[in-house]
Every structure is written in C-alpha cells, then in structure tokens.
Ligand binder design. Structure first.
Ligand code: HEC
Length: 290
C-alpha cells in the first residue's frame, strides 16, 4: 500500500462522511446508466479568451447561443493534446501531463438525496514536482440553476474561469474563481462540491463574487477509493439545500460541469469537462433517476 492509500484508509475511518447516511447509496452501481465524459486540459483558456473573437474561432457562435459541446464534444481530447503540448494557451507546459481523462458519471436519487458517482482511470504520473503535496487527486463538480451565470448553460464551469485569478499567468494569488455579477442573493452562483483524496474530506461551497469552500448544508459527504488506479468517488448530497446550495427538484434540468485535479495538481492545472446537463428524473446528459 502506498502512502496516499494509507492516508485515505486512515481518513476514511475518521471521516464524518462514512456515517449511516451513505448507506443509502446504491449497493450495485452497475445497474445505473453511465455517461462518458472527456475532461481535457484547458491550460489558459479563460472566459476572456473564449469570448474574444480575434482569438477563439467559436466566439461569434457563442454570442449567438451555441454551446461549447456543439463544436468540441467530439474532439475534446485533441484540445487537451494541443494545449498540454504547449502549442497553444499554455505558457508553462508540464512534460508528461495527461492531455485528457475519460470519466464516467452515474447519478441516482431516492427522493431525499442525490448520489453522484465518478469513475476514471488514473493517467500515468508526469513525474513533475507535486503542487499539492497532500492530495494526489481532487474532484469537484458545479451545479447551476436557471442560466443566471453567464456561460453556465453554454460552457459548464467555464463561466467561473477568468484571467487574473490565482495560478493564471500574472494572476493575483489572493484571487479565486468568480462569476460575472455573482450574488447569492440574486441566485447568480455555482454550487460547488469537492472531494480531496489525501485529506479524505468533502467540501460544500459555492462560486459567486468569489469562491467559498464551506458553508453549504446540502452535501452529506463523499467517499473515494483508488483500486489499482481505478478511481471511484461517490458524493451524497441532499436534494434540498441552504444558502450557496442549488435545490434540486424532480423534473428539472441543471447546468453541470466537473473537474479533476490529477497528478497532485493545483489551481488551473486540472482537467475540465465542457458544459453538461444534469436532470433529476428528466432527460439530460446525466439523468438522476429514482
Ligand atoms: C462554433 C464553434 C465553437 C464553439 C461554440 C466553441 N468553440 Fe472553441 N474552438 C472553435 C474553433 C474553430 C477552434 C480552433 C481555432 C481557434 O482557436 O479559433 C476552437 C478552439 C478552442 C480552444 C483551443 C484549443 C484548440 O484546439 O485550438 C479551446 C480551449 C476552446 N476552443 C474552448 C471552447 C470553450 C470552452 C467553448 C465554450 C465556452 C468553446 N470553445 C466554444 C470553435 C468553437
């Protein structure tokens, strides 16, 4: 057993997430349909870049309402390859970093809780210096309700990715992701949940004027494991929620995106999905059925 696995095992024993509440997660996930999603390495491709016509071929179509996936769903892995190589949008390429990660997402609910399961195969390590010494892997998803966040419907998490934030070239170390006109009071925010492998801890936050990693009351916990490089992480969250949580209702569809920090990465050095739709008993890219 390597050190990180031991840390996970110890963490699991102490974690508040391993209570009875998780016992309701499906015992047999093989019965739940899975959606294949390619997460690609985006480098430095913030809102400011994707929406600027002189730089990005898709900018004009975005203004007319096209979604990223219309143009890029088939070639997401190729984008990752272009960027990870340093050919484009990456001033600081990391040799050996994976261009893309193929993940599967499954979702189900029991009228009270939503269960979201992410599985993927760990890419080969780059061998570069660890940016996050504690967490070899982190996974986060964001949910948005009502298309209030600019670009949330078209581009999933992209509405929160800006020039000038921490780990961007010339960025401000104190500045994290945010959304245009972000406001919890006005409902302009992403609900954010994250699980970190080394800490074996789940975080329930949001992104509005800034990113906040705590305070949510919807997330019950997350359980992750690494079985010979096969990762599986199950989040359990209440359908209902408080401040900074999106309340989920049967029959509705929400904007959704997720990202994996692989290879002990931090900040922008993650792999990200294009925009997806999460349906609760509703037809969508990912349908959480009862
Ligand atoms: C109408 C089609 C279209 C849409 C919609 C679109 N793009 Fe693009 N995108 C392109 C084209 C064409 C290129 C390649 C040439 C260029 O950069 O102009 C590109 C390039 C890129 C690249 C650089 C990597 C590469 O292979 O050149 C990234 C990253 C990217 N797009 C992200 C996005 C994101 C994120 C969205 C949604 C917010 C989006 N695109 C929406 C057409 C589109």
């Amino acid at each position: 057993m390597n050190k990180s696995l031991i840390a996970i095992a110890i963490g699991a024993a102490l974690s508040l997430s391993s209570g009875a509440s998780l016992a309701a997660a499906p015992a047999d996930w093989s019965q739940v349909s899975a959606t294949d999603v390619t997460l690609f390495y985006p480098g430095v491709s913030p809102v400011e870049w994707v929406t600027k016509g002189t730089e990005h071929g898709g900018a004009r179509a975005l203004r007319k309402g096209e979604v990223c996936a219309d143009c890029h769903s088939e070639e997401a892995a190729d984008i990752g390859q272009t960027i990870v190589s340093g050919e484009k949008n990456e001033p600081n390429p990391i040799a050996g970093k994976a261009p893309a990660i193929n993940a599967k997402v499954q979702a189900t609910h029991d009228g009270e809780n939503l269960y979201l399961r992410f599985t993927w195969q760990q890419p080969a390590a780059s061998g570069s210096a660890k940016m996050d010494e504690v967490n070899p892997v982190k996974i986060a998803y964001m949910i948005e309700d009502g298309n209030k966040v600019e670009l949330a419907e078209q581009g999933g998490c992209w509405g929160s990715c800006h020039n000038g934030v921490r780990s961007m070239p010339g960025g401000d170390d104190a500045k994290t992701k945010y959304v245009k006109d972000g406001s919890l009071a006005n409902g302009v925010f992403y609900d954010l949940n994250q699980w970190r492998s080394g800490e074996n801890k789940a975080f329930d936050g949001y992104v509005a004027e800034e990113r906040v990693m705590e305070g949510g009351t919807a997330l019950i916990g997350a359980e992750g494991k690494n079985d010979n490089g096969n990762w599986s992480v199950v989040f359990t969250r209440k359908l209902s929620g408080g401040e900074g949580d999106v309340s989920l209702a049967s029959g509705k569809v929400y904007n959704f995106g997720f990202a994996i920090h692989d290879d002990s990465a931090n900040g922008r050095y993650h792999h990200v999905s294009l925009g997806l739709k999460l349906g609760i008993d509703a037809e969508a890219d990912i349908n959480a059925a009862k």
